[in-house]
Design a protein around this ligand. Structure first.
Ligand code: PHE
Length: 453
């Protein structure tokens, strides 16, 4: 066990601890909510196919870059770019952009995470015949209710961060990740045996390639960055606690695989569940004939399905499903909060406890504003997810490739992977970081920005 984890920078106890924590950061609402709903509105397996290409060919090389920068410097994102550039503040801005994106993403993510908890209560109230309460608590535009649940969720996130890297984050994710996978598999097993699920399964796995276009590729890339927690330094921070004994590309491969597998599994749960809901008489298409997605899918179609099932069964399935979402969200919010907290600890020598409390409160203040103005979420998503993360990823690649140099990064990777230079990975990774990923990201950003204006 790390000694006085709360007072030192801290480190992971084991490689598995790092992988679970990083996979916990990656697996979140982006997987269980975002991915299936993107699949639902983007041509089923065609989206899945493009997504996998984005995750493995662009996301994975960027993830290796981030973890390597973190481990080399042992610093938060701002400190890391400073350390690698002889304190040049222009480069530190890349890290600062990451910290800002982390803070802003957490502020709205926390509100949505609050909804997942309020729906656990909604299911129970509905079961107990307290319809009015169920309706009241499940109104996602209800400011005071949003404020209460955002506060609860932020308190849970801060309480884990207070414990430090190994005693807080690692311990919590070691407990939550197996629970999450267990619940997911049991739920899939159950859904797939229900009426209507087969139609959903076909819709999910049968690709409609006529839907593939620039927009779909952009969505898939944005989804991959968000889902893999890339572009804002979460993995620089987690990598900074990683021992020099560990193999960085190997660990990154496990994390990418875990994240994409869980997204795939979530699709196996959600899409068939939608068609199961249809078999129960729930409307799953909107007026223009598109599958309901996003908020309506998770917080409207699925609760209706649980209500149609009725009785104890409906309540248990509903409660377990929203618990699954809450757990997934919590393992992600802790990584989002750890970024600004590690920045405060490293750069301003503020003790962890104080940093976690003050920053947690500050972000909660923004969450409370969003709680009363939920339409802000869409704007935050565009600026900080869709543009902010790919932009961060692009800058990280350019910095590593043209300033720090892939040669130096490979030398850092030799720690824990002495034979790396002889592998195919070492031969192709520099091209991905220097050319392929930056071009793909820049092209996508360009089309997104020109669509916007
Ligand atoms: N990856 C998380 C998800 O899929 C969200 C996240 C983004 C977490 C960026 C940390 C950093 O929900």
């Amino acid at each position: 066990m790390a000694i006085s984890d709360a007072n030192t920078r801290g480190s992971w106890n084991s490689k598995l601890g790092f992988i679970l924590a990083a996979a916990g950061s990656a697996v979140g609402l982006g997987n269980i909510w975002g991915f299936p709903t993107q699949v639902a509105s983007n041509g089923g397996a065609a989206f899945l196919f493009i997504y996998l290409i984005c995750a493995f060919l662009i996301g994975f090389p960027v993830m290796v870059a981030e973890i390597t920068i973190g481990r080399k410097t042992g610093r938060n994102p701002v400190g890391a770019f400073k350390a690698l550039s002889d304190n040049k503040w222009t480069y530190a801005l890349i890290g600062m952009w990451g910290v800002i994106c982390g803070v802003m993403i957490l502020s709205f993510y926390n509100v949505i995470a609050g909804w997942t908890v309020s729906y656990v209560f909604e299911e129970v109230f509905y079961f107990m015949g307290m319809q009015d309460w169920a309706t009241y608590i499940s109104d996602t535009d209800n400011g005071p209710i949003n404020a209460v649940f955002s506060t609860i969720f932020m308190a849970a996130t801060v309480s884990i961060i207070l414990g430090g890297v190994s005693d807080g984050i690692e311990r919590a994710t070691k407990l939550m990740m197996p629970l999450l996978i267990g619940i997911l598999i049991i739920m899939i097993g159950w859904v797939l045996t229900q009426e209507g699920a087969g139609v959903g399964l076909r819709e999910y796995l049968y690709p409609d390639f006529s839907r593939v276009g620039v927009d779909l590729v952009f969505d898939a890339m944005g989804q991959a960055f968000f889902s893999l927690s890339l572009g804002m330094g979460a993995l620089i921070t987690y990598g900074s606690y990683l021992s020099k004994k560990e193999n960085v590309p190997g660990a990154a491969a496990y994390v990418t695989l875990a994240d994409t597998s869980i997204a795939f599994l979530a699709g196996l749960l959600i899409i068939p569940a939608m068609y199961m809901a249809q078999a129960q008489g729930v409307a799953i298409f909107d007026d223009s004939g598109n599958l309901l997605a996003s908020t309506s899918l998770i917080f409207q179609v699925l609760p209706q399905l649980f209500h149609e099932l009725g009785g104890t069964l409906g309540m248990v399935v509903g409660v377990v499903f929203f618990l699954l979402l809450s757990i997934a969200a919590l393992t992600s919010t802790i990584s989002l909060l750890e970024v600004p907290v590690s920045f405060a600890i490293d750069e301003f020598e503020i003790p962890r406890k104080k940093a976690a409390q003050i920053i947690g409160l500050g972000i909660l203040a923004i969450s409370l504003i969003i709680s009363f103005n939920t339409s802000l979420i869409g704007i935050f998503v565009i600026i900080f997810n869709n543009i902010g993360l790919p932009l961060g990823g692009l800058l990280i690649c350019l910095f590593l490739g043209y300033y720090w140099k892939t040669e130096n990064a490979l030398s850092e990777m030799e720690n824990g992977s002495p034979g790396i230079r002889k592998t195919l990975f070492a031969k192709v990774w520099p091209a991905f970081v220097m050319v392929i990923a930056p071009l793909a990201i820049a092209y996508n950003l360009w089309t997104a920005l020109s669509n916007l204006f």
